[in-house]
Design a protein around this ligand. Sequence first.
Ligand code: 9MG
Length: 286
Amino acid sequence: MTNDCLMLLHCGKFHLDLSRPKVMGIVNVTPDSFSDGGRHLSHAAAIAHAHRLIVEGADMLDIGGESTRPGAAAVGEQEELERVLPVIEGLRDIAVPISIDTWKPAVMRAALAAGASMVNDINALQAPDALEAVAESDAAVCLMHKQGNPENMQLAPRYADVMDEVMSFLRLRVQAVQAAGIARERIAIDPGFGFGKTLEHNLALLKNLRDFAALGVPVLAGLSRKSMLGAITGQDVDHRQTASVAAALIAVQRGAAIVRVHDVRETVDALKVWDAVNSENHISHG
Ligand code: 9MG
């Protein structure tokens, strides 16, 4: 599938060609993800899961040690480091970029030193010292919009105009990040589906996702298994795979360059079908 943004994303030694959409596989290293008791087993399970996602076709991995679900409490820096670092170190030699999902500068620095080449920050590098932590590396960064924090963000999301506010926020953050010395080729943006948004807000963002591409940097969309899909389908979180694949396809159709997903194999297959229909080099019938 050719996407209309002919862009590269520079993630350390990796230069991702985004003329075709990329699939970012989610590896959560939180107690509820690999709840097998001991820490060593959790790390081994997370590493095995990451390898499985690569076999299934993930173009990159997003590793996180702090849950960002609505209502989730923050974890301490040391705890987060103990969760994610052994996993990143265990994946150091894989052939796809590793993104670290964190808003904490100390975790960013340690993860980048351990082999990560992208920072996925739900706080858009607004924490003190976060800009510097990424600027002193050659890593890429994803700047996400949110209203509030995971603990309180779904209590009463409110916008005068959700598109206008999210676009303005991301425009300003791209400017701030560039001013800190991070080149445009290292920046992606994300409207932050479900982060301080009602179903109506999320639908408005998805309908108008293409407008974000006008900011001139790749758009990442994370819709996988989110409660907006539960609200639409009536399915609980364990039965939102079909809705998640549909949402990823819609996001790509509307200009997303990267989709962040749990169900890599299914998303990759769906994108292959889409690509076969949309690519210029159709299979000919002889
Ligand atoms: C960590 N995380 C959870 N949901 C996310 C989303 O939608 N986008 C990004 N960038 N990160 C997310």
